[in-house]
Design a protein around this ligand. Structure first.
Ligand code: PHE
Length: 451
């Protein structure tokens, strides 16, 4: 068998996995969820979800990947040959591919806004709603940016695990953290700091309903990049002495801190401008924020220019490190199972994603009339992959590691063959066997009923 890549250092392992976890979900989704769902009360529930569901599922993915040193489909095949469990691996690779197809489109938007911001095109006289609409519905502009973004990802992937993924994570993650630190410090001086903080952090337990709890579980899953074959594939490149539990905890800690700090950046800015409501998702970052940055810093436009440029660069970096982790499971699969060279495999994935990605992008503009079950292609990809296949994959991973895998194998992986003392092994097994699959099944049913 061809020589497999591997990560070269512990810090490389943590930064690569954290790079996958820290993404657009941290910057725009988490803060809004917190603000709308009871502030600090939501943060507490989210922390419990990360601790009792997110970390155990992440460790389970690590166990599958590291024990086999194979791509996700190969890993399930090795551990449970000729059984239905293989669906778990197929799910991981497919969902990564489909999510990737539309993730690159939104990532292309972040590239456009970074360029526009540094080129000083995001000026006060724009109507940002029209600006954003014109951009996303244009037949070629978002496509060009998505293709450029994709080529950036491609170049990193073809360089391999250590020279590509690890090296760029070691470069980009510290840059990302530094930008966050600078932006948080800047936001302390904003007039809306106190109001913004209290919008985000005031605990309001009356808002906590079952749906809020379930959306916290969903957010934890998405934000930690679980059940997409990404962390399982990365774990297949871990060395024998990587401490799986500690790595999962570090990644979750970094991911959660980044999410909270992004709220510290966004809300003080939004509340510094009277009459602006904190919106949600793409509307918040691409329509509300450019406007807010202009007005909040109208006295010192230079700071506004730097602040907005750095903010979009932060978004771009977080999208890039996540996108790499979505490309890798598919590339590794084609490389190892179809015996293509890594270079060829990567080219196929890049090409396939560009084609489907372009179709997704056009579905928001000129092809908007083409609908399946009433959804345009972009929304359909999002719905099927994130709402249906993803939770099912999560359940399969838990049941597989909790019930099917040999308990000794799981113990050996978690403790590095007895070298580490892990006090919570029984608790871990209980969580993966019962708590996590039941919680995921509940989100799944809830999402289906609500859609
Ligand atoms: N975790 C990423 C985010 O928070 C999303 C993602 C999921 C990226 C899976 C890669 C793989 O945005």
């Amino acid at each position: 068998m061809a020589h497999r890549g591997s990560f070269g250092s512990k810090i490389g392992v943590v930064l690569a996995a954290a790079g996958s976890a820290v993404g657009l979900g941290n910057v725009w989704r988490f803060p809004t969820e917190v603000g709308n769902n009871g502030g600090a009360a939501f943060i507490l529930i989210y922390l419990a979800c990360v601790l009792f569901i997110g970390i155990p599922v992440m460790v389970s993915e690590f166990v599958i990947g590291r024990s086999t040193h194979a791509n996700t489909i190969g890993a399930f095949r090795k551990l449970a040959p000729k059984t239905w469990w293989r669906i778990g691996g197929i799910e991981g690779v497919f969902v990564a591919f489909f999510i990737f197809c539309y993730y690159i489109i939104v990532s292309g938007w972040t590239l456009h806004y970074t360029v526009a911001s540094f080129a000083n095109h995001l000026t006060a006289d724009q109507d940002y709603k029209v600006y954003f609409q014109d951009f996303v519905t244009s037949p070629w502009e978002p496509v060009v940016y998505a293709v450029v973004f994709m080529l950036m990802v491609h170049v990193i992937i073809v360089r391999g695990v250590q020279n590509g993924i690890e090296r760029c994570s070691k470069l980009m993650m510290p840059m990302l953290l530094l930008i966050i630190a600078v932006l948080v410090i800047c936001s302390f001086s904003m007039s809306g700091f106190t109001e913004g903080m209290s919008f985000m952090l005031r605990p309001d337990f009356s808002k906590v309903t079952t749906t809020v709890v379930l959306s916290a579980v969903g957010q934890a899953f998405y934000s930690l990049s679980l059940a997409m074959g990404c962390l399982c594939t990365y774990a297949s490149y871990f060395g024998p002495d990587t401490n799986l539990t500690k790595t999962a905890m570090s990644v979750s800690l970094i991911d959660t801190c980044v999410a909270v700090l992004c709220g510290f950046i966004i809300f003080p800015a939004v509340f510094s401008v009277p009459g602006v409501e904190p919106g949600e998702g793409p509307g918040l970052v691409f329509i509300t924020l450019p406007h807010v940055f202009n007005i909040a810093f109208h006295n010192v436009p230079l700071i506004g220019y730097v602040f907005s440029g750095l903010f979009y660069l932060l978004l771009l970096l977080s999208a890039l490190t996540s996108a790499i982790s979505l490309h890798e499971p598919v590339t590794a699969y084609l490389h190892e199972e179809w015996h293509l060279s890594r270079h060829r495999a990567a080219c196929l994935v890049t090409l396939g994603c560009i084609l489907l990605g372009v179709a997704c992008s056009l579905s928001m503009g000129v092809w908007n009339d083409f609908r399946i079950f009433g959804l345009c292609l972009f929304d359909l990809f999002d719905f099927v992959s994130a709402k249906i296949i993803l939770p099912l994959g999560g359940i399969i991973i838990c049941l597989f590691v909790g019930w099917k895998l040999d308990r000794q194998l799981v113990y050996d992986e978690v403790t590095n063959r007895g070298a580490l003392r892990i006090r919570f092994f029984r608790l871990y097994l209980f969580l993966v066997r019962w708590v996590a699959p039941i919680a995921i099944a509940l989100i799944f049913i809830n999402e289906l009923l609500n859609s």
